[in-house]
Design a protein around this ligand. Structure first.
Ligand SMILES: [Fe+2]
Ligand SMILES: [Fe+2]
Length: 508
């Protein structure tokens, strides 16, 4: 039979210094970590046990040897005696070890000392020959609750967790301890999930002993089983049936909404895929149109040459020299046709990686592709540049954006039958080191109220046969999502103005 009027060493340098309160089923246990002049007082308790606790500390050490006081949470049964403890300790370097969430509460006990906030110190204290690890057990049962692990003796100082309510108090827990501890946990731990989070932290530790602030001290042989039983305990909100039913209802509803949301997200993804596919097809259409346009002349030329050669051959008028010249002409125009295909194929190939490139070159390439169309309806181009403006990005995609904007401008100039149509391209660098390419026209501008919608998929002011609006939608995606730039549209006095704004590459 142990003498509970004395301090009891429960592990190396760790002493129980509580006081048995007869007929109180809710016993409170302070502990003392003996460490010379840098000792630690754990959960000092209330004024009910104050005298006995001080007496026990003085029997193994001295109040003046306490350098740290751990407060695992802020309840009065843990901390109400703290101001009076401070007065007896009388040390300027005394520190209160607690969680920062507890500080605004425990200061009401008139604490004078400094705080050592575990959450701001990597949940560890390794100084003065001490090695303490702290584990956050939020809402069990206080928002800042934590537990303390002593690696040197494998003991867990667990605060309210594993506390028991016992009609007849036993110093060491027996096999039936869960029965004595379950009511307190069911009532004080907010929910099974939250309690399990704390238990999972504790379960990972190499444990010889658990010393809770209430109930009995738990030895190794009972620990694993006790944790297992605690894990399955319904707690807090869940112990009341109507709460539980409501909660389960809410969870079910949330699950259902989640499933619905996922389904609609998949729908959106499918639509986006389709859009890209359509855009690709529209691009192909434009490409074939352009190739056809560029081929018309050389094809006609070859056709004429063949007719002439055949005619002369029939009349035996063909001499070797002329044949050679004509064949050379044909060869050149076929080469031109082949180059056209190469140009377009190259341009429509997606860029593999972000590269440093000169936007002036990109503009020139986009003009090479669109110029035949522009010439066809006599659009004047105002663009000349000798400078270089380097940006980092996907060059071919950037050029495609330019082609899209130019094609768009051309379509509207044609649709609105603008006399003396023109497109102007400006490139400049801003003070903030952005490279801006501006493409403007004199087609009358974007209609009032449409300016915010022109980048929407399927938005188009053109006739159905002219476009689908995909070009601008995809262009904005390319500039803003893939290259972190900005693509905007505004109106000038004469027409629309598209700006592509990209960050300058500073390596240049
Ligand atoms: Fe408590
Ligand atoms: Fe407590």
């Amino acid at each position: 039979m142990k003498d509970y009027t004395q301090a009891i060493e429960i592990a190396k340098n760790l002493h129980w210094i509580g006081m048995y309160l007869p007929n109180d089923p809710f016993q409170c246990h302070p502990y003392f970590i003996e460490n010379g002049k840098n000792s630690v007082l754990v959960d000092p308790g209330s004024m009910l046990e104050f005298e006995a606790v001080v007496k026990k500390i003085n029997s193994i050490s001295s109040m003046h040897h306490i350098k740290y006081i751990i407060l695992h949470h802020q309840d009065p049964d843990v901390a109400a005696s703290i101001a009076d403890m401070e007065k007896l300790i009388q040390r300027d370097d005394l520190q209160i070890i607690t969680h920062s969430r507890m500080v605004p509460l425990v200061k009401h006990y008139l604490i004078q000392s400094l705080y050592y906030e575990v959450d701001k110190n990597d949940y560890r204290l390794q100084q003065d020959g001490l090695d303490l690890e702290f584990f956050s057990t939020p809402y069990c049962h206080s928002p800042g609750a934590f537990v303390t692990y002593m690696p040197n003796n494998k003991t867990l100082l667990s605060g309210d967790i594993f506390g028991g309510i016992e009609e007849s108090w036993e110093f060491y827990a027996k096999e039936d301890y869960f029965e004595k501890a379950k009511q307190f946990h069911a009532e004080y731990m907010p929910s099974r999930d939250i309690f399990n989070y704390a238990l999972n932290q504790i379960e990972r530790l190499d444990l010889e002993l658990i010393a809770p602030q209430h109930g009995s001290i738990i030895q190794k042989k009972y620990i694993a089983n006790l944790i297992e039983q605690m894990k399955n305990l319904e707690c807090g909100l869940y112990i009341k049936e109507d709460y539980r039913d409501k909660l389960i209802g809410t969870i079910e509803e949330l699950k259902k909404k989640d499933i619905e949301l996922n389904a609609s997200l998949n729908d959106i993804k499918e639509k986006e895929k389709l859009l890209f596919h359509k855009a690709k097809m529209a691009d192909m259409g434009v490409m074939i149109g352009n190739i056809a346009h560029q081929w018309r002349q050389p094809l006609a030329l070859n056709n004429t040459i063949i007719s002439i050669l055949r005619e002369k051959n029939i009349r035996k008028l063909l001499d070797a020299k002329e044949l050679d010249t004509k064949l050379q002409e044909m060869e050149e125009s076929i080469q031109y046709m082949s180059d056209t295909i190469d140009d377009f194929m190259h341009f429509y190939n997606p860029s593999k990686k972000k590269l440093l490139f000169n936007v002036v070159e990109s503009v020139q390439e986009s003009l090479k592709i669109t110029q035949p169309m522009l010439q066809q309806i006599e659009v004047k181009l105002h663009f000349s540049h000798t400078d270089t403006f380097y940006i980092q990005g996907y060059k071919n995609e950037y050029t495609q954006v330019l082609v899209s904007i130019l094609t768009n401008a051309k379509d509207i100039l044609l649709l609105r039958k603008i006399p003396s149509p023109y497109i102007q391209i400006n490139i400049y660098e801003t003070k903030e080191h952005h490279i801006v390419v501006e493409i403007s026209d004199n087609a009358g501008g974007i209609e009032e109220g449409c300016i915010t919608r022109i980048f929407d998929p399927y938005f188009t002011t053109k006739h159905q046969s002219v476009g689908t609006g995909l070009g601008l939608y995809i262009s904005q995606m390319i500039v803003e999502k893939n290259m972190q730039g900005i693509l905007t549209a505004t109106n000038t006095t004469e027409g629309a103005l598209f700006s592509i704004i990209m960050r300058k590459n500073h390596d240049q």
